[in-house]
Design a binder for this molecule. Structure first.
Ligand code: NAG
Ligand code: NAG
Length: 431
Protein backbone atom coordinates (compact mmCIF):
# COMPACT_ATOMS: atom_id res chain seq x y z
CA UNK A 1 0.00 0.00 0.00
CA UNK A 2 1.24 3.48 -0.89
CA UNK A 3 2.26 5.74 1.92
CA UNK A 4 -0.26 8.51 2.53
CA UNK A 5 1.03 12.04 3.03
CA UNK A 6 0.37 13.08 6.65
CA UNK A 7 -2.52 15.42 5.82
CA UNK A 8 -4.34 12.78 3.80
CA UNK A 9 -3.81 10.27 6.60
CA UNK A 10 -5.30 12.72 9.05
CA UNK A 11 -8.28 13.29 6.77
CA UNK A 12 -8.81 9.54 6.44
CA UNK A 13 -8.68 9.14 10.23
CA UNK A 14 -11.25 11.89 10.68
CA UNK A 15 -13.59 10.20 8.26
CA UNK A 16 -13.29 7.04 10.29
CA UNK A 17 -14.02 8.95 13.49
CA UNK A 18 -17.08 10.59 11.95
CA UNK A 19 -18.40 7.24 10.77
CA UNK A 20 -17.78 5.71 14.14
CA UNK A 21 -19.52 8.48 16.07
CA UNK A 22 -22.47 8.60 13.69
CA UNK A 23 -22.87 4.87 13.19
CA UNK A 24 -26.33 3.63 14.05
CA UNK A 25 -24.84 0.37 15.28
CA UNK A 26 -22.61 2.20 17.80
CA UNK A 27 -21.10 0.43 20.76
CA UNK A 28 -23.30 -0.14 23.78
CA UNK A 29 -22.32 1.81 26.89
CA UNK A 30 -22.93 -1.28 29.05
CA UNK A 31 -23.68 -4.99 28.72
CA UNK A 32 -25.10 -7.30 31.35
CA UNK A 33 -25.12 -10.82 32.67
CA UNK A 34 -28.15 -12.10 34.57
CA UNK A 35 -27.23 -13.98 37.77
CA UNK A 36 -29.07 -16.69 39.68
CA UNK A 37 -28.07 -18.85 42.64
CA UNK A 38 -28.05 -22.62 42.25
CA UNK A 39 -29.70 -24.17 45.32
CA UNK A 40 -27.82 -27.47 45.29
CA UNK A 41 -24.28 -26.04 45.03
CA UNK A 42 -24.80 -22.44 46.22
CA UNK A 43 -22.91 -21.34 43.11
CA UNK A 44 -23.83 -18.16 41.25
CA UNK A 45 -24.72 -19.03 37.67
CA UNK A 46 -25.11 -16.87 34.62
CA UNK A 47 -26.24 -17.34 31.04
CA UNK A 48 -25.16 -15.78 27.74
CA UNK A 49 -25.25 -16.62 24.04
CA UNK A 50 -22.24 -17.83 22.10
CA UNK A 51 -21.23 -19.35 18.70
CA UNK A 52 -22.93 -19.36 15.27
CA UNK A 53 -25.77 -20.08 15.31
CA UNK A 54 -26.05 -18.54 18.79
CA UNK A 55 -26.87 -21.00 21.57
CA UNK A 56 -27.47 -20.34 25.27
CA UNK A 57 -24.53 -21.25 27.51
CA UNK A 58 -24.74 -21.54 31.30
CA UNK A 59 -21.61 -20.84 33.34
CA UNK A 60 -20.60 -20.34 36.97
CA UNK A 61 -19.42 -16.85 37.96
CA UNK A 62 -15.85 -16.62 39.12
CA UNK A 63 -13.93 -13.61 40.48
CA UNK A 64 -10.73 -15.61 39.81
CA UNK A 65 -9.55 -17.23 36.56
CA UNK A 66 -7.71 -15.97 33.49
CA UNK A 67 -10.50 -16.21 30.87
CA UNK A 68 -13.98 -17.52 30.29
CA UNK A 69 -13.73 -21.27 29.79
CA UNK A 70 -16.37 -23.60 28.40
CA UNK A 71 -16.53 -27.31 27.63
CA UNK A 72 -15.47 -27.59 23.97
CA UNK A 73 -15.64 -31.42 23.91
CA UNK A 74 -19.37 -31.98 24.29
CA UNK A 75 -21.63 -30.51 21.63
CA UNK A 76 -19.60 -27.45 20.63
CA UNK A 77 -21.04 -26.57 17.21
CA UNK A 78 -20.14 -23.29 15.54
CA UNK A 79 -19.14 -21.95 12.13
CA UNK A 80 -17.27 -18.96 13.56
CA UNK A 81 -14.69 -20.30 16.01
CA UNK A 82 -11.06 -19.39 15.21
CA UNK A 83 -7.81 -20.52 16.76
CA UNK A 84 -5.50 -18.00 18.44
CA UNK A 85 -2.09 -18.79 16.84
CA UNK A 86 0.88 -19.43 19.13
CA UNK A 87 2.97 -16.47 17.99
CA UNK A 88 0.09 -13.96 17.89
CA UNK A 89 -0.25 -10.81 19.97
CA UNK A 90 -3.31 -12.07 21.90
CA UNK A 91 -1.35 -15.21 22.80
CA UNK A 92 1.50 -13.08 24.17
CA UNK A 93 -0.96 -10.80 26.00
CA UNK A 94 -2.65 -13.84 27.52
CA UNK A 95 0.78 -14.66 29.01
CA UNK A 96 0.28 -18.16 27.69
CA UNK A 97 3.08 -20.54 28.48
CA UNK A 98 1.72 -23.28 26.25
CA UNK A 99 1.27 -24.00 22.58
CA UNK A 100 -0.65 -26.91 21.06
CA UNK A 101 1.51 -27.63 18.03
CA UNK A 102 -0.38 -30.44 16.34
CA UNK A 103 -3.53 -32.50 16.54
CA UNK A 104 -4.08 -35.41 14.20
CA UNK A 105 -7.88 -35.74 14.50
CA UNK A 106 -10.56 -33.87 12.58
CA UNK A 107 -10.33 -30.13 13.27
CA UNK A 108 -12.57 -28.97 16.13
CA UNK A 109 -12.22 -26.34 18.88
CA UNK A 110 -10.28 -28.81 21.01
CA UNK A 111 -8.25 -30.26 18.11
CA UNK A 112 -6.27 -27.62 16.25
CA UNK A 113 -2.70 -27.10 15.03
CA UNK A 114 -0.50 -24.19 16.17
CA UNK A 115 -2.91 -22.91 18.81
CA UNK A 116 -2.23 -20.88 21.92
CA UNK A 117 -2.81 -22.87 25.10
CA UNK A 118 -4.33 -21.93 28.43
CA UNK A 119 -4.96 -23.57 31.78
CA UNK A 120 -8.69 -23.45 32.54
CA UNK A 121 -9.34 -24.00 36.24
CA UNK A 122 -12.46 -25.20 38.01
CA UNK A 123 -12.03 -23.01 41.08
CA UNK A 124 -14.76 -24.93 42.93
CA UNK A 125 -12.93 -28.28 42.79
CA UNK A 126 -9.50 -26.66 42.21
CA UNK A 127 -8.88 -28.89 39.21
CA UNK A 128 -6.96 -27.40 36.26
CA UNK A 129 -6.30 -28.74 32.80
CA UNK A 130 -4.76 -27.55 29.53
CA UNK A 131 -6.89 -26.31 26.66
CA UNK A 132 -6.87 -24.39 23.39
CA UNK A 133 -7.38 -20.64 23.43
CA UNK A 134 -9.83 -19.74 20.65
CA UNK A 135 -12.30 -17.00 19.75
CA UNK A 136 -15.98 -17.10 18.82
CA UNK A 137 -19.05 -14.88 18.77
CA UNK A 138 -20.37 -13.84 22.19
CA UNK A 139 -23.67 -11.97 22.67
CA UNK A 140 -24.75 -10.18 25.85
CA UNK A 141 -27.88 -8.13 26.62
CA UNK A 142 -27.74 -4.33 26.80
CA UNK A 143 -30.91 -3.66 28.81
CA UNK A 144 -32.52 -5.19 31.90
CA UNK A 145 -36.12 -4.32 32.85
CA UNK A 146 -35.86 -6.77 34.63
CA UNK A 147 -35.60 -9.35 31.83
CA UNK A 148 -32.49 -9.10 29.61
CA UNK A 149 -33.15 -7.08 26.41
CA UNK A 150 -31.46 -6.63 22.98
CA UNK A 151 -28.05 -8.24 22.47
CA UNK A 152 -24.68 -6.66 21.71
CA UNK A 153 -22.31 -8.95 19.84
CA UNK A 154 -18.57 -9.42 20.26
CA UNK A 155 -17.54 -11.15 17.00
CA UNK A 156 -14.28 -12.67 18.24
CA UNK A 157 -14.39 -13.09 22.01
CA UNK A 158 -11.35 -14.95 23.34
CA UNK A 159 -11.85 -17.88 25.72
CA UNK A 160 -10.28 -21.20 26.69
CA UNK A 161 -11.53 -24.67 25.87
CA UNK A 162 -12.22 -26.81 28.90
CA UNK A 163 -13.22 -30.46 28.95
CA UNK A 164 -16.37 -32.24 30.05
CA UNK A 165 -14.39 -33.69 32.97
CA UNK A 166 -13.50 -30.18 34.16
CA UNK A 167 -17.20 -29.27 34.56
CA UNK A 168 -17.64 -31.84 37.36
CA UNK A 169 -18.67 -30.09 40.56
CA UNK A 170 -20.32 -27.17 38.77
CA UNK A 171 -24.04 -26.38 39.11
CA UNK A 172 -26.31 -28.60 37.00
CA UNK A 173 -26.28 -27.48 33.37
CA UNK A 174 -23.21 -25.25 33.74
CA UNK A 175 -20.60 -26.00 31.06
CA UNK A 176 -17.91 -23.58 32.15
CA UNK A 177 -16.88 -20.64 34.31
CA UNK A 178 -17.10 -16.94 33.46
CA UNK A 179 -14.06 -15.12 34.83
CA UNK A 180 -14.58 -11.62 36.24
CA UNK A 181 -10.93 -11.30 37.32
CA UNK A 182 -8.49 -8.50 36.53
CA UNK A 183 -6.78 -10.64 33.85
CA UNK A 184 -6.43 -9.14 30.34
CA UNK A 185 -8.89 -11.59 28.73
CA UNK A 186 -11.31 -12.09 31.60
CA UNK A 187 -14.73 -10.62 30.84
CA UNK A 188 -14.34 -7.09 32.34
CA UNK A 189 -11.22 -6.02 30.43
CA UNK A 190 -12.00 -7.92 27.22
CA UNK A 191 -15.56 -6.54 27.04
CA UNK A 192 -14.26 -3.01 27.76
CA UNK A 193 -11.73 -3.36 24.91
CA UNK A 194 -14.36 -4.77 22.54
CA UNK A 195 -17.11 -2.26 23.22
CA UNK A 196 -14.85 0.68 24.23
CA UNK A 197 -16.49 1.33 27.57
CA UNK A 198 -14.90 1.78 31.00
CA UNK A 199 -12.89 -1.04 32.49
CA UNK A 200 -15.26 -1.63 35.39
CA UNK A 201 -18.15 -3.85 36.42
CA UNK A 202 -20.69 -3.97 39.19
CA UNK A 203 -21.72 -7.21 40.86
CA UNK A 204 -25.08 -7.67 42.55
CA UNK A 205 -25.40 -11.26 43.81
CA UNK A 206 -28.88 -12.57 44.62
CA UNK A 207 -29.87 -14.90 47.44
CA UNK A 208 -31.48 -18.23 46.42
CA UNK A 209 -34.65 -17.88 44.36
CA UNK A 210 -33.95 -14.24 43.38
CA UNK A 211 -32.31 -12.56 40.38
CA UNK A 212 -29.03 -10.66 40.35
CA UNK A 213 -26.89 -9.00 37.71
CA UNK A 214 -23.37 -8.14 36.58
CA UNK A 215 -23.17 -4.75 34.83
CA UNK A 216 -20.10 -4.17 32.62
CA UNK A 217 -19.24 -0.64 31.47
CA UNK A 218 -20.94 2.66 32.08
CA UNK A 219 -24.47 2.41 33.41
CA UNK A 220 -26.34 4.16 36.22
CA UNK A 221 -26.96 1.86 39.19
CA UNK A 222 -30.71 2.34 39.37
CA UNK A 223 -32.96 0.02 41.35
CA UNK A 224 -36.71 0.19 41.78
CA UNK A 225 -38.34 1.94 43.49
CA UNK A 226 -36.29 4.93 42.27
CA UNK A 227 -33.08 4.16 44.17
CA UNK A 228 -29.97 5.46 42.34
CA UNK A 229 -26.77 4.19 43.96
CA UNK A 230 -24.43 5.65 41.32
CA UNK A 231 -23.11 8.40 43.61
CA UNK A 232 -23.48 6.83 47.03
CA UNK A 233 -20.90 4.04 47.13
CA UNK A 234 -18.03 3.96 49.63
CA UNK A 235 -14.64 3.21 48.04
CA UNK A 236 -11.57 1.29 49.09
CA UNK A 237 -8.43 0.58 47.02
CA UNK A 238 -8.22 -2.76 45.22
CA UNK A 239 -4.89 -4.37 46.11
CA UNK A 240 -2.74 -6.56 43.89
CA UNK A 241 -1.36 -9.70 45.48
CA UNK A 242 2.18 -9.97 44.00
CA UNK A 243 2.00 -13.77 43.85
CA UNK A 244 -0.47 -15.69 41.65
CA UNK A 245 -3.28 -17.51 43.45
CA UNK A 246 -4.22 -19.58 40.38
CA UNK A 247 -3.92 -23.37 40.12
CA UNK A 248 -1.33 -23.11 37.34
CA UNK A 249 0.98 -20.10 37.14
CA UNK A 250 4.42 -18.96 36.05
CA UNK A 251 6.96 -17.63 38.54
CA UNK A 252 6.58 -13.85 38.81
CA UNK A 253 2.85 -13.84 37.89
CA UNK A 254 0.70 -11.57 40.02
CA UNK A 255 -2.68 -12.73 41.27
CA UNK A 256 -5.66 -11.91 39.04
CA UNK A 257 -8.00 -11.95 42.06
CA UNK A 258 -9.37 -8.94 43.95
CA UNK A 259 -7.87 -8.14 47.35
CA UNK A 260 -8.87 -5.32 49.68
CA UNK A 261 -7.08 -3.89 52.70
CA UNK A 262 -9.08 -4.98 55.74
CA UNK A 263 -7.21 -3.50 58.71
CA UNK A 264 -9.49 -4.66 61.51
CA UNK A 265 -12.83 -6.25 62.36
CA UNK A 266 -15.42 -4.86 64.76
CA UNK A 267 -18.39 -6.61 66.31
CA UNK A 268 -21.15 -4.34 67.61
CA UNK A 269 -18.74 -1.42 67.18
CA UNK A 270 -15.99 -2.97 69.34
CA UNK A 271 -12.63 -3.88 67.82
CA UNK A 272 -11.87 -7.62 67.85
CA UNK A 273 -8.25 -8.36 68.91
CA UNK A 274 -6.54 -9.83 65.85
CA UNK A 275 -3.01 -10.62 64.69
CA UNK A 276 -2.50 -7.74 62.23
CA UNK A 277 0.26 -9.62 60.39
CA UNK A 278 -2.36 -12.00 59.04
CA UNK A 279 -4.37 -9.13 57.55
CA UNK A 280 -1.49 -7.93 55.35
CA UNK A 281 -0.29 -9.66 52.18
CA UNK A 282 3.34 -10.71 52.65
CA UNK A 283 6.12 -11.01 50.02
CA UNK A 284 5.13 -14.61 49.32
CA UNK A 285 1.53 -13.55 48.64
CA UNK A 286 0.26 -15.08 51.88
CA UNK A 287 -2.36 -13.36 54.04
CA UNK A 288 -4.74 -10.51 53.23
CA UNK A 289 -8.41 -10.38 52.27
CA UNK A 290 -9.95 -11.34 48.94
CA UNK A 291 -13.46 -11.61 47.51
CA UNK A 292 -14.68 -14.95 46.16
CA UNK A 293 -17.97 -15.94 44.57
CA UNK A 294 -17.12 -19.65 44.77
CA UNK A 295 -16.80 -19.58 48.59
CA UNK A 296 -20.45 -19.76 49.73
CA UNK A 297 -19.55 -18.31 53.17
CA UNK A 298 -16.76 -16.10 54.47
CA UNK A 299 -13.71 -18.13 55.42
CA UNK A 300 -11.45 -16.88 58.25
CA UNK A 301 -8.00 -18.10 59.32
CA UNK A 302 -8.39 -20.06 62.59
CA UNK A 303 -7.26 -17.41 65.08
CA UNK A 304 -9.38 -14.73 63.35
CA UNK A 305 -12.34 -17.13 63.24
CA UNK A 306 -12.01 -17.84 66.96
CA UNK A 307 -11.68 -14.15 67.87
CA UNK A 308 -14.68 -13.06 65.77
CA UNK A 309 -16.85 -15.95 66.99
CA UNK A 310 -15.95 -15.27 70.65
CA UNK A 311 -16.68 -11.55 70.24
CA UNK A 312 -20.01 -12.28 68.57
CA UNK A 313 -20.95 -14.79 71.28
CA UNK A 314 -20.12 -12.23 73.99
CA UNK A 315 -22.36 -9.62 72.34
CA UNK A 316 -25.28 -12.07 72.02
CA UNK A 317 -25.19 -13.70 75.46
CA UNK A 318 -28.94 -13.05 75.86
CA UNK A 319 -30.00 -15.03 72.76
CA UNK A 320 -30.71 -18.74 73.41
CA UNK A 321 -28.20 -20.96 71.65
CA UNK A 322 -28.74 -24.01 69.45
CA UNK A 323 -26.22 -26.82 68.88
CA UNK A 324 -23.66 -25.96 66.15
CA UNK A 325 -24.61 -26.98 62.60
CA UNK A 326 -21.55 -27.74 60.43
CA UNK A 327 -19.69 -25.92 58.99
CA UNK A 328 -20.70 -23.23 61.51
CA UNK A 329 -19.63 -23.01 65.17
CA UNK A 330 -22.06 -20.52 66.67
CA UNK A 331 -25.81 -21.08 66.29
CA UNK A 332 -28.96 -19.70 67.91
CA UNK A 333 -32.53 -20.80 68.30
CA UNK A 334 -33.94 -19.07 65.20
CA UNK A 335 -37.35 -18.55 66.82
CA UNK A 336 -35.74 -16.39 69.53
CA UNK A 337 -34.03 -13.94 67.18
CA UNK A 338 -35.99 -10.85 66.16
CA UNK A 339 -36.16 -9.53 62.62
CA UNK A 340 -35.23 -6.17 61.06
CA UNK A 341 -35.33 -4.74 57.56
CA UNK A 342 -31.71 -5.88 57.13
CA UNK A 343 -32.27 -9.42 58.38
CA UNK A 344 -32.04 -11.07 61.83
CA UNK A 345 -31.54 -8.63 64.72
CA UNK A 346 -27.92 -9.39 65.64
CA UNK A 347 -24.80 -7.26 66.23
CA UNK A 348 -23.16 -5.76 63.13
CA UNK A 349 -19.82 -7.01 61.89
CA UNK A 350 -17.64 -4.27 60.40
CA UNK A 351 -14.74 -4.85 58.09
CA UNK A 352 -12.61 -1.78 58.77
CA UNK A 353 -10.71 -0.68 55.65
CA UNK A 354 -8.24 2.16 55.02
CA UNK A 355 -9.88 4.39 57.66
CA UNK A 356 -12.50 4.20 60.39
CA UNK A 357 -14.89 6.01 58.04
CA UNK A 358 -14.50 3.36 55.35
CA UNK A 359 -16.06 0.31 56.91
CA UNK A 360 -18.02 -2.40 55.18
CA UNK A 361 -20.88 -2.91 57.64
CA UNK A 362 -22.41 -6.39 57.57
CA UNK A 363 -25.95 -6.83 58.91
CA UNK A 364 -27.88 -9.98 59.86
CA UNK A 365 -29.07 -10.77 56.33
CA UNK A 366 -25.41 -11.17 55.31
CA UNK A 367 -23.90 -12.53 58.52
CA UNK A 368 -26.51 -15.10 59.61
CA UNK A 369 -27.47 -18.35 57.89
CA UNK A 370 -30.80 -20.10 58.56
CA UNK A 371 -30.43 -23.88 58.67
CA UNK A 372 -33.13 -26.38 57.76
CA UNK A 373 -33.56 -27.37 61.41
CA UNK A 374 -34.55 -23.81 62.43
CA UNK A 375 -31.20 -22.72 63.83
CA UNK A 376 -29.68 -19.40 62.86
CA UNK A 377 -25.89 -19.57 62.62
CA UNK A 378 -23.08 -17.03 62.33
CA UNK A 379 -22.09 -17.65 58.71
CA UNK A 380 -18.32 -17.73 58.97
CA UNK A 381 -16.19 -20.82 58.40
CA UNK A 382 -12.84 -21.84 59.94
CA UNK A 383 -10.19 -21.79 57.19
CA UNK A 384 -7.49 -23.56 59.21
CA UNK A 385 -4.17 -22.48 60.72
CA UNK A 386 -2.17 -21.43 57.69
CA UNK A 387 -4.43 -20.69 54.74
CA UNK A 388 -3.05 -18.92 51.69
CA UNK A 389 -5.46 -15.99 52.23
CA UNK A 390 -6.51 -15.06 55.78
CA UNK A 391 -9.97 -13.65 54.99
CA UNK A 392 -12.03 -14.82 52.01
CA UNK A 393 -15.26 -12.83 51.75
CA UNK A 394 -17.79 -15.35 50.43
CA UNK A 395 -20.96 -15.09 48.38
CA UNK A 396 -23.50 -14.94 51.23
CA UNK A 397 -21.82 -11.83 52.68
CA UNK A 398 -22.02 -10.08 49.28
CA UNK A 399 -25.67 -10.86 48.45
CA UNK A 400 -27.99 -7.89 47.92
CA UNK A 401 -24.99 -5.56 48.16
CA UNK A 402 -23.80 -3.64 45.09
CA UNK A 403 -20.05 -3.99 44.54
CA UNK A 404 -18.33 -1.93 41.86
CA UNK A 405 -14.94 -3.24 40.72
CA UNK A 406 -13.33 -0.25 39.00
CA UNK A 407 -10.18 -1.50 37.29
CA UNK A 408 -9.26 1.92 35.90
CA UNK A 409 -9.27 3.64 39.29
CA UNK A 410 -8.21 0.39 41.01
CA UNK A 411 -10.89 0.65 43.66
CA UNK A 412 -13.86 -1.26 45.00
CA UNK A 413 -17.10 0.63 45.61
CA UNK A 414 -19.60 -0.93 48.00
CA UNK A 415 -23.14 -0.05 49.04
CA UNK A 416 -23.64 -2.17 52.16
CA UNK A 417 -27.07 -3.87 52.30
CA UNK A 418 -29.57 -2.78 49.64
CA UNK A 419 -32.29 -3.93 52.06
CA UNK A 420 -31.58 -0.74 54.02
CA UNK A 421 -32.79 1.20 50.98
CA UNK A 422 -35.79 -1.07 50.62
CA UNK A 423 -34.57 -2.63 47.42
CA UNK A 424 -32.69 -5.76 46.28
CA UNK A 425 -30.48 -6.89 43.39
CA UNK A 426 -33.55 -8.22 41.57
CA UNK A 427 -34.86 -4.64 41.26
CA UNK A 428 -32.00 -3.46 39.04
CA UNK A 429 -33.21 -1.73 35.88
CA UNK A 430 -31.37 -0.53 32.77
CA UNK A 431 -32.84 0.88 29.55
C1 NAG B 1 -2.34 -30.53 11.61
O1 NAG B 1 -1.33 -30.60 10.64
C2 NAG B 1 -1.05 -31.93 10.19
C3 NAG B 1 0.17 -31.87 9.26
O2 NAG B 1 0.02 -30.87 8.30
C4 NAG B 1 -2.28 -32.47 9.48
O3 NAG B 1 -2.07 -33.80 9.07
C5 NAG B 1 -3.46 -32.45 10.46
O4 NAG B 1 -4.64 -32.84 9.83
C6 NAG B 1 -3.64 -31.05 11.03
N1 NAG B 1 -4.66 -31.10 12.07
C7 NAG B 1 -5.71 -30.29 12.10
C8 NAG B 1 -6.63 -30.47 13.26
O5 NAG B 1 -5.95 -29.45 11.26
C1 NAG C 1 0.88 -13.45 63.85
O1 NAG C 1 0.85 -14.17 62.61
C2 NAG C 1 2.13 -14.37 62.03
C3 NAG C 1 1.90 -14.98 60.66
O2 NAG C 1 1.19 -16.18 60.74
C4 NAG C 1 2.96 -15.22 62.95
O3 NAG C 1 4.23 -15.41 62.39
C5 NAG C 1 3.06 -14.54 64.29
O4 NAG C 1 3.75 -15.38 65.21
C6 NAG C 1 1.71 -14.23 64.86
N1 NAG C 1 1.84 -13.41 66.07
C7 NAG C 1 1.23 -13.71 67.23
C8 NAG C 1 1.44 -12.76 68.35
O5 NAG C 1 0.54 -14.73 67.35
Amino acid sequence: MARLPPLAALFFLCLLCACHAAGPSGNPSAVLLPVGKDDATQQYVTGFRQRTPLVPVKAVLNLAGATLWVDCEAGYVSSTYRRVPCDSKPCRLARSAACATSCSGAPSPSCLNDTCGGFPENTVTQVSTGGNIITDVLALPTTFRPAPGPLATAPAFLFTCGTTFLTQGLAAGATGMASLSRARFALPTQLAATFRFSRKFALCLPPGGAAGVVIFGDAPYVFQPGVDLSNSLIYTPLLVNPVSTAGVSTKGDKSDEYFIGVTGIKVNGRAVPLNATLLAIDKKGVGGTKLSTVAPYTVLESSIHRAVTDAFAAETAMIPRAPPVAPFKLCYDGSKVGGTRVGPAVPTIELVLQSEAASWVVFGANSMVATKGGALCLGVVDGGEAPRTSVVIGGHMMEDNLLEFDLEASRLGFSSSLLFRQTTCSNFRLG
